[in-house]
Design a protein around this ligand. Structure first.
Ligand code: SF4
Length: 346
């Protein structure tokens, strides 16, 4: 078996044991995969990845993962992909999918992280819910092999849903996992998976749908703009891309909340060098801004904020929180918010 350099020194036959690490996304494929291995009397620990690029339903999905782990009777570890993941995004070796989704590099990154957890946990193989042919970019046979090789996990991944369509893993070859109990599902239909969750009485899983903002064309445009204009971006800059209307003018980045939830999200997210701002004189959107703050930029920011308010008045006071509280009198000036809108911002 052609093991790559990263793992060639490891003696798999002596380290193979009945403990597996199973990637849990919250979706039904990963839940069934873990169940199929558990039912063979193998100890399974779940691993769930989160990142700043998960959509607003992330919390919901994380809760589903915790509940599905509890239904399966296993422990689950939750790991943030962290800032290192953003590096993968900026220069993916294997390119992007339709938008900013570097699915192949993303899978390699996650599997490398999983490999570290696997070693720390004393697990000898990894389980994934991958299904051959389900995703065009990362789940075709050749790509599956490439991802496995580049993540340093050649021979160490069991894919219970499609195992019979793939070469046996070490765990299968050595009889740790009974290959005859594994499946031969391929393609995009989830019919077989729904029959299985029904048969196993599993209830805790999320519907197979999106979740990754990198596949969203609107989000992708905002992200591209940020990486181009601010190569020294921070994770706060990235997190802010999920909320509000985005503007740039005179070196300032302004994000204006679109509703109460977004105003609250902006309040939670802001920290210096951003400024949190809202009108003291009328009900309207909150905003965060970063960049050179002077009478001119504050006046433009204030006018954009007031443009999206229902009952604006001029002049008005803008409350700005930047470690201290300041009030400035904002005059009406001719500002066309569309002119400063970041491409892709709604
Ligand atoms: S859809 Fe997003 S999370 Fe999934 S593999 Fe692609 S880039 Fe990664």
């Amino acid at each position: 078996m052609g093991l790559n350099k990263k793992v060639q020194d490891i003696d798999f036959s002596s380290m193979m044991n009945k403990k597996a690490l199973s990637l849990l996304s919250g979706g039904l494929d990963s839940v069934i995969a873990a169940k199929l291995i558990l039912d063979q009397g193998i100890e399974v620990v779940g691993l769930h990845f989160v990142s700043s690029f998960c959509d607003s339903k992330r919390k919901e999905r994380d809760n589903v993962v915790v509940r599905s782990a509890s239904e399966l009777g296993i422990r689950v570890l939750i790991r943030d992909k962290g800032p290192g993941y953003v590096q993968v995004l900026t220069k993916p070796k294997h390119g992007y999918g339709k938008n900013m989704n570097p699915c192949i590099d993303c899978r390699i990154y996650m599997l490398q992280e999983a490999r570290r957890v696997m070693e720390a946990e004393g697990a000898s193989f990894l389980v994934t819910g991958e299904v051959v042919g389900q995703r065009p970019m990362s789940q075709m046979r050749d790509t599956i092999r490439l991802i496995e090789r580049e993540s340093g996990l050649t021979g160490l991944i069991v894919r219970p849903l499609s195992a019979k369509l793939l070469a046996p893993s070490e765990a299968e070859s050595q009889g740790i996992v009974d290959r005859s109990q594994l499946l031969d599902i391929a393609g995009r239909s989830r019919k077989a998976q729904y029959e299985l969750v029904e048969r196993y009485g599993l209830k805790e899983f999320s519907k197979p749908a999106g979740g990754c903002l990198l596949t969203d064309p609107i989000y992708a445009r905002k992200l591209r703009e940020l990486l181009r204009v601010e190569p020294e971006y921070t994770m706060t800059d990235i997190d802010l891309l999920k909320y509000g209307r985005h503007f740039r003018f005179c070196g300032v980045k302004l994000v204006v909340g679109r509703d109460k939830d977004e105003n609250e999200a902006l309040y939670k997210l802001w920290s210096p060098p951003y400024l949190f701002a809202r009108s003291a004189d009328f009900k309207g959107p909150s905003a965060v801004l970063k960049g050179p703050v002077d009478d001119n930029t504050i006046a433009i920011a204030g006018n954009i904020i007031s443009f999206f308010a229902k009952n604006e008045v001029f002049p008005f006071s803008l409350e700005c929180f930047d470690g201290r509280t300041t009030y400035r009198s904002i005059p009406r000036i001719p500002v066309d918010p569309d002119k400063f809108k970041v491409k892709g911002s709604l």
